[in-house]
Design a protein. Structure first.
Ligand code: FAD
Length: 326
């Protein structure tokens, strides 16, 4: 049976969400094609990570060695190329993360396979693979097809697929031996530098309230912060808010910001430019508040409120607090 490889990404003992997102997509593809989902897990003392994903893959190949404790593209490339040569998977999925962006191109050269990067969707139709990518900062969606090949490599954008479990799987665990001595190391791992304390990761938030230029003045952001607090959500924003230095860059949603996948996204005074919407493809329910009924955000929204945000947001906040008080 053909296999779909998913390269597991983890850091400091924690599985990265991109792995769960790729396993979801691989599971979805496998259902239609009766392929096997194989997770490739490189690291040191990674049994707990294998356990986390054991119901999301049919097989987990573990390569455990102290020298794999921290990510190394030099070593990973050689090991994964060996596994690809051995099993000939139809597709190998790698996160389009700083980790995957380093690994995928050199793996493609080493394994002699075609690569498409930063994909936001994958389709197999009549045994023909197409991958969807964005071009020109998200203005154009392109469907990429490939010349026939023994296998294909794709890097997957974070936040575009759900992290839920798909299908009912029970992974067979395969421990592989390693011989790393002959692999030339061109780089040394020095240290992880964590983001500064207090920084918020909007890609992890389940409820985002996002503020746009419609807020008018910096001090008015407090109005939206009130709703954020009432909902126990997280504040994010569109690019003009960052350009004006009203909020930090790490809160920006969109092509030059972050792709987010909250269950609920509330856009306040945001027009819905394609560069902003491109960051929302993984969002669940989108609610828009805008005074312009023709604003493009309403085409992407599940619920829309047409009106002045300064009248609507305080009322919403009160309703939420009332509901909380019971
Ligand atoms: C290369 C490139 C990359 C980009 N990357 C990003 C990105 O990552 N993220 C991003 O967001 N943008 C990005 N942009 C910018 C993008 O094109 C838009 O300019 C931006 O998204 C607009 O932000 P906005 O919706 O907050 O502002 P506007 O487009 O100005 O919209 C403001 C909205 O507020 C509404 N409004 C005004 N007052 C009120 C009120 N009182 N009550 C209710 N509604 C009100 C208006 O009707 C309007 O629809 C990028 C642009 C380029 C060229």
């Amino acid at each position: 049976m053909s296999e779909l490889f998913v390269i597991v990404e983890h850091r400091l003992g924690e599985i990265r969400d991109i792995t769960l997102e790729m396993l979801w997509k691989a599971g979805e593809l496998a259902q239609g094609l009766s392929y096997k989902v194989t997770a490739i897990l490189l690291g040191h003392e990674v049994n707990s990570i294998a356990e986390t994903i054991s119901d999301r893959a049919d097989k987990i190949i573990i390569l455990d060695d102290e020298r794999l404790k921290n990510f190394s593209a030099d070593i990973s490339k050689e090991i994964i190329a060996g596994l690809i040569e051995e099993s000939r998977p139809t597709l190998t999925l790698i996160g389009n993360t700083s980790w995957g962006m380093e690994l995928a191109p050199c793996l493609a050269v080493r394994a002699g396979l075609p690569l498409a990067t930063d994909c936001i969707d994958i389709n197999f139709k009549d045994d023909k693979l197409t991958a969807q990518r964005q071009m020109y900062g998200g203005k154009i969606f392109s469907n990429v097809s490939f010349s026939p090949s023994a296998g294909y490599l794709l890097t997957i954008r974070s936040g575009v697929f759900p992290r839920d479990r798909i299908g009912d799987r029970q992974a067979q665990i395969v421990q592989k031996g390693l011989s790393l001595e002959d692999i030339p190391m061109k780089k040394d791992f020095i240290e992880f530098v964590e983001t500064a304390a207090g920084d918020v990761d909007i890609t992890q938030a389940e409820l985002l309230v996002s503020v746009g230029r419609g807020i008018g003045e910096e001090e008015n952001i407090l109005v939206v912060k009130g709703l954020v607090e009432a909902l126990n959500g997280v504040l994010s924003c569109s690019r003009p808010i960052v350009d004006k230095n009203w909020l930090p860059k790490y809160l920006q949603v969109g092509t030059s910001g972050k792709s987010v996948s909250p269950k609920v996204y509330i856009a306040v005074g945001i027009s819905g430019a394609f560069q902003h919407l491109a960051g929302l493809s993984g969002a669940g329910t989108i609610i828009a508040i805008n005074k312009d009924p023709k604003a493009p955000i309403f085409r992407a929204a599940d619920y829309g409120i047409v009106g002045d945000l300064f009248k609507i947001v305080p009322v919403l906040k009160e309703k939420v607090l009332e509901a909380k008080r019971g």
